[in-house]
Design a protein around this ligand. Structure first.
Ligand SMILES: [Ca+2]
Length: 236
């Protein structure tokens, strides 16, 4: 059995003027979790914006096995106590780092999934607002894996859409396929089924990270940052 230790650190500024080396890192706690992978802090409280939950994705490298997403609610209140994560879902194969989806629905997440491991290459973007994940990407023949998602009203209809990169890495192919996609929010109150899939970039898209940001204060242009699987970084 492969067990990882999760270590909780805190950083303190040692003086008012921040310079390199002024942050001191202190170990606060640690706990074991089987096949722990990504960990993300998300705000899951409707009443307290400073309450953060720690969400941990765990993936077993053995094909056809079950993977888990765990949560430690309000971890700030138990930083130095005994920590026992609760299962959020065990129905997603190879969950990657989670993304807060509060912009779509309160206390919700998107769990991107899938990777190179045999039997775990068919990923999706799962909407999670309880214990039952809902696939946002419609069924396809190609096995795509997903690691990130961002939000943008792409068609400007007033409903927030999902934008993501994705990759397919066939065993015998010379290079990976990578795409930039968006999923159209149908505008329904509840999310219960996949959204309409649109391809923004058919080839040489971002495989992992997609993030919208305004980086030019004078022209206020929005950018997409991405990292390509074929070792080429790009900003679009
Ligand atoms: Ca829209």
């Amino acid at each position: 059995m492969h067990v990882c230790w999760l270590l909780l650190f805190v950083g303190f500024l040692s003086c008012l003027v921040f310079t390199k080396g002024d942050i001191q890192v202190v170990l606060l706690n640690k706990f074991k979790l089987r096949y722990a992978g990504f960990s993300t802090l998300v705000n899951m409280s409707e009443s307290n914006s400073s309450s953060w939950s720690l969400v941990i994705s765990c993936f077993d490298p053995i094909p056809e096995t079950i993977d888990d997403v765990f949560i430690v609610p309000d971890i700030g209140s138990i930083l130095t106590e005994s920590i026992t994560p609760k299962t959020l879902t065990n129905k997603i194969i190879w969950p990657n780092g989670v993304v807060s989806a509060n912009i779509l629905a309160k206390n919700s997440l998107i769990v991107p999934s899938g990777f190179l491991v045999p039997g775990k290459t068919k990923g999706n973007l799962y909407f999670l607002n309880g214990t039952t994940p809902i696939s946002l990407v419609p069924q396809e023949d190609t096995h795509w894996f997903y690691h990130d998602a961002d939000f943008k009203d792409v068609n400007m209809d007033g409903f927030m859409d999902v934008v993501a990169g994705r990759a397919n890495v066939p065993v015998k192919a010379e290079r990976a396929q990578t795409q930039l996609i968006w999923l159209k929010n149908p505008g329904k109150q509840e999310i219960t089924s996949p959204w309409e899939l649109h391809i923004l970039k058919e080839t040489d898209g971002p495989d992992i990270d997609v993030q919208f940001a305004r980086i030019d204060n004078t022209q206020v242009r929005e950018k997409i940052y991405s990292i390509y699987v074929n070792s080429v970084g790009s900003i679009c």
